[in-house]
Design a protein around this ligand. Structure first.
Ligand SMILES: Cc1ncc(COP(=O)(O)O)c(C=O)c1O
Length: 443
């Protein structure tokens, strides 16, 4: 007799209490945070914890210089400003990413252009890159999506050929490597987020790394209002030489991120072990497609992505409908699953309406006034569209969760896939609430 699914009032496989939260807080965090409180120094561009984090992150990644910022978005914007991207320039990024990989260009009055993704890695497809490069293109922002490095060799080669800057969006990929080298160190500047959910967390915050003294110095200016500092006395002169912003990080998040960094490698290894175990088990279920990691990459699994193929699962169902039905049944079994991006970024209203500054069509109008037309046509991103129809995120891959949790998640998958008739009978019911990203680790 078929097992009764939780969606049909059967007993769920998992409870919320099976999931442990992220980040892990230890005495290292308490010690460094208390040092800040005891020191009485809470902020400052060269304050002790900010400087210590910058030194430690440069050392960890192998970059010459590091600046910590208020967020990953701030680091991305600072990077574009530091290399001199400006009004009317085009900046290329991936269609499957978080908004900030593209909105950082708008913040600099430049125009985001998107490329579709590779069907296995979900990263920018280098084979589609040259088709969108033109005389206005200034920079490429490869994103190391969900913790997997983008295919950097061909991207860097194309960038060199066309004389373009490369700003790596490594906001989801702390510690990931491409051919043995840490991501963030391939392009002109690398950027990272320190938000609550990231593999390296400071609550909020960001990191900007570079080997260029010029970009470092520009970054220091841009991070603090464009204010010049006297070279001898190190005092601020309150004379803005360029347009800057207020992107300075604070001592408490910097201290927390520094303490978390002491455990980054061990926690990444635990994520990788959980992910590999889950991949091994899910591969046994026809119609479930676990994430792929090319042999030259180290994937650090910020997010664990699975796709579903109804044909391989042996059912005749439209793929999007199938994914929603399976997601709903898994969720009712207590497995925290749910989508992250629900459409290609160029499909968001901001790009469809092009009302950049809440009513004006700036910055697109800079070039449209010269007769260049920008339309973000979703048909240009077929692989991203297909992914968005068919994927879900399996939460809980991070430590201290271990195989005890993963085993239960696997049981939930088997239960649902052994009862696809029951599962699909709920395909048209109201949408389930979705996994709670606040508690369980998206960003
Ligand atoms: C790919 C990507 N880029 C940029 C960002 C922006 O980072 P932050 O939230 O720290 O501004 C994020 C954060 O979620 C991200 O996932």
């Amino acid at each position: 007799m078929a097992e009764k699914l939780a969606i049909d009032d059967g007993t769920p496989v998992l409870q919320r209490s099976d999931y442990k939260n992220w980040p892990i807080i230890t005495d290292d965090d308490r010690r460094l945070v208390n040092e800040v409180l005891d020191s009485g120094i809470l902020a400052g561009g060269t304050a002790p914890q900010v400087s210590a984090l910058e030194k430690a992150w440069a050392q960890y990644t192998g970059a010459k210089y590091c600046l910590t910022t208020t967020s990953g978005t701030a680091a991305l914007h600072m990077a574009l400003a530091a290399v001199g991207v400006g009004p009317g320039d085009e900046v290329i990024t991936s269609a499957f990413t978080f908004l900030a990989s593209a909105s950082c260009a708008l913040h600099q009055n430049a125009i985001p252009v998107f490329v579709d993704i590779d069907a296995r890695t979900y990263n920018m497809d280098p084979a589609k890159l040259e088709a969108v490069i033109n005389e206005r293109t200034k920079a490429i922002i490869p994103v190391h999506i969900q913790g997997l490095p983008a295919d950097l060799d061909p991207i860097m080669e194309i960038a060199r050929k066309h004389n373009l800057y490369v700003i790596e969006d490594a906001c989801q990929a702390h510690g990931a490597t491409y051919k043995g080298r840490k991501v963030g160190t391939f392009g002109d500047i690398g950027t990272f987020s320190l938000n609550n959910f990231k593999n390296l967390c400071g609550g909020e915050g960001g990191l900007f790394i570079t080997d260029s003294e010029t970009y470092l110095n520009k970054g220091v200016l841009i991070r603090c209002f464009g204010d010049e500092v006297d070279e001898v006395s190190h005092r601020r002169l309150y004379n803005a030489s360029i347009l800057g912003y207020m992107y300075r990080n604070q001592e408490l998040p910097a201290a927390l991120a520094h303490a978390q960094l002491m455990h980054l490698d061990e926690r990444n290894e635990a994520r990788i072990a959980n992910a590999n175990y889950l991949t091994r088990e899910l591969s046994k279920i026809p119609g479930v497609i676990p994430p792929y990691c090319p042999p030259e990459c180290k994937h650090v699994y910020f997010l664990y992505n699975v796709r579903f193929d109804p044909r391989v699962a042996g059912v005749d169902c439209e793929p999007r409908r199938f994914r929603i039905a399976v997601e709903k049944a898994l969720y009712k079994e207590g497995a925290l699953v749910g989508q992250w991006q629900t459409r290609p970024v160029p499909g968001q209203d901001l790009f469809q309406s092009k009302l950049g500054y809440g009513g004006s069509s700036y910055p697109w109008v800079v070039n449209e006034a010269k007769g260049i037309k920008y339309t973000y046509n979703l048909d240009d991103y077929p692989v991203t569209n297909e992914l968005c129809d068919t994927y879900t995120i399996v939460h809980g891959i991070h430590p201290p969760n271990s195989t005890a949790l993963i085993d239960k998640i696997v049981v939930a998958f088997h239960k649902v896939f052994s009862n696809l008739g029951q599962t699909l009978s709920h395909a048209d019911d109201a949408i389930y609430p979705g996994a709670d990203g606040k508690l369980y680790g998206t960003g």
